[in-house]
Design a protein around this ligand. Structure first.
Ligand SMILES: C[S@@+](CC[C@H](N)C(=O)[O-])C[C@H]1O[C@@H](n2cnc3c(N)ncnc32)[C@H](O)[C@@H]1O
Length: 156
């Protein structure tokens, strides 16, 4: 499994406990990857690879049956480029599983204020139609709406 923006690998720990043979976390943040290193130490180096860098530019060897991106697209300016790279790294028949926030009047204004106004961190929202377009290159796309976003599975 490749975890894009996997951060401290909270999901990595779960999937390795469930028997995943290999987990690769690519993340911009050194401090998050240090937390991931400590968390995953017990699984051994042959199963775990931590790559520090921008997902679009980092050297990521191999292809993956599952590519995960949870809480990632909230902050990504050029989503099509990131989805294209996922398409290059996914194995035939493999799945991209990803979460996407959507605008809601309950949470939207507070999120915008907190991230964009106070922390100067742009955030992005998605629509079902927009996601279908974004993943048009995949064979099958399933989208489940939730309270404040979508969970998507796209099969190569
Ligand atoms: C909200 S955290 C989610 C972490 C993890 N997926 C989880 O659910 O616990 C988003 C992560 O994406 C990383 N990130 C943001 N842009 C990135 C990029 N262009 N390439 C790699 N990692 C990136 C951040 O450093 C951060 O650790």
């Amino acid at each position: 499994m490749l975890d894009v923006g996997g951060g401290s690998a909270r999901i990595g720990e779960l999937v390795l406990e469930q028997g995943a043979s290999r987990y690769v976390d690519v993340d911009l943040s050194d401090s998050m990857l240090e937390l991931a290193r400590q968390r995953l130490e017990r699984f051994g180096e042959d199963k775990v690879t931590l790559i520090q860098g921008d997902f679009l530019r980092a050297a990521i060897p191999g292809s993956y049956e599952v590519i995960l991106a949870l809480g990632y697209f909230d902050y990504i300016e050029n989503a099509p480029a990131h989805v294209r790279r996922m398409g290059e790294l996914i194995a035939p028949g493999g799945s991209v599983v990803s979460s996407f926030p959507r605008w809601t009047w309950a949470k939207g204004p507070i999120r915008k204020l907190r991230y964009e106004v106070i922390n100067n961190c742009p955030i992005y929202d998605y629509t079902r139609d927009g996601l279908m377009e974004l993943f048009a290159g995949f064979t099958n796309v399933e989208i489940r709406p939730g309270k404040s976003g979508f969970l998507l599975r796209a099969t190569a």
